[in-house]
Design a protein around this ligand. Sequence first.
Ligand SMILES: Cc1cc2nc3c(=O)[nH]c(=O)nc-3n(C[C@H](O)[C@H](O)[C@H](O)COP(=O)(O)OP(=O)(O)OC[C@H]3O[C@@H](n4cnc5c(N)ncnc54)[C@H](O)[C@@H]3O)c2cc1C
Length: 425
Amino acid sequence: MTSNQFSRRHVLGAGAALAVTSLAGCAGMGAGPSIGRVVVVGGGFGGATAARYLRMWGGNIDVTLVERNASFVSCPISNLVLGGHKQMADITRGYDGLRAVGIKVVQGEVTAIDAAAKKVRLAGGGELAYDRLVVSPGIDFMFDQVGGLQAAVDSGRIAHSWKAGPQTVALRRQIESMPDGGVFAISIPKVPYRCPPGPYERACMVASYLKEAKPKSKVLVLDANPEIQSKKALFEKAFDQHYKGLLEYRPNAELKEVAGTVAKLEFEDVKADVLNVIPPQRAGDLARTAGLVNVNNRWAGVNWLTMESTAVAGVHVLGDATFPAPAMPKSGHMANQHAKVAAAAIIQLLKGEAVNATPVMVNTCYSFVTARDVVHVSSVHQYDVADKTLKTVPGSGGVSAAANQVEGRYALSWADNIWADALAL
Ligand SMILES: Cc1cc2nc3c(=O)[nH]c(=O)nc-3n(C[C@H](O)[C@H](O)[C@H](O)COP(=O)(O)OP(=O)(O)OC[C@H]3O[C@@H](n4cnc5c(N)ncnc54)[C@H](O)[C@@H]3O)c2cc1C
């Protein structure tokens, strides 16, 4: 293990490293006969990490990763693209690192899971057999909750940009085309949604661009929630300190309908030049069609010792698609931790060994409030044997005392490290 690998695992996988101490001596790649076939669906934060760690810790496991996109495009740091501080190339990475460590990477769409026959079906008609399946499909949107939204997104009039890629490019173009003196409105859905601080970071990033490039403009934050959902005091301070007169925050402003770029709230209509709607969310489509969604008709329940679905045996669900443990955010960092617990447990299950009885997971989310100043929130989550869930460890975690530029550097390093960790870069 190089010191670089050590520091990555140290930073990103403290809990999972604990979870696999019994595997420390078996990291040889490809030695001996295969102990099993694992198919991983979704090459985002959860799936890519799981594929990589199954190979790294399990060695002689056949791992196939199925991902619909040709490249990995990161949501973390994508708000900086919207602010003009980073380019798409800065948040885009390839899957060659995973191929190089012996993972079969298939670009394709999984359309169905046959859990009885232990097979997944691909859009092109092929099938892949598995002994254990990992599903990390991220989120999909509940467009039906906001009148007119599906058509507006389909036509390109409104971009959600809550999945990074073409949507990020589309929203950046709209912001660049906005007139000086125009209104950028961002609509935030009620929790739970992917990345609790993400919308407030986005508001700051767009405001940072407009402050320089189109200073007569306005940013309206229309929040369906009664207050800022993460790092509240720090975002309030940033709004006041850097964007006073430019950015306006409105709580309890749930979006009911869109008409053109008019946001129709319960008691008023808000006319915007650019309307960015973050739609209400649920587990990704595949989780739903495969019968994995069993909590609130929205999320996939899991056994936190193994990340195995509580609905379908032999299928492990990771990341944003899961019904979270108390105070557990839907984040890339958390998906990375789910993946490591799942990878360790799958290897142990394939070997007929006992799984770790007390997994620990950690999370850190950085948010840019200016192009350089950053704030963080962190937490540690430990398995509680009595309640069979992960709970935050008393006294652990917390938030920055104040926004600062040192954390600005940490945030960019965090992104580089977690992409490298997931994609074997
Ligand atoms: C603007 C923004 C900023 C964010 N910032 C941060 C941050 O700073 N830190 C942080 O930790 N998190 C951040 N997040 C959250 C983070 O992006 C998500 O929590 C993370 O991506 C979840 O990982 P996942 O594996 O569940 O889903 P994803 O990363 O979305 O991966 C799902 C993958 O599955 C693929 N897929 C889905 N269905 C199929 C199928 N049927 N067949 C084949 N492929 C399929 C998709 O193409 C996708 O690549 C941010 C999110 C946003 C929107």
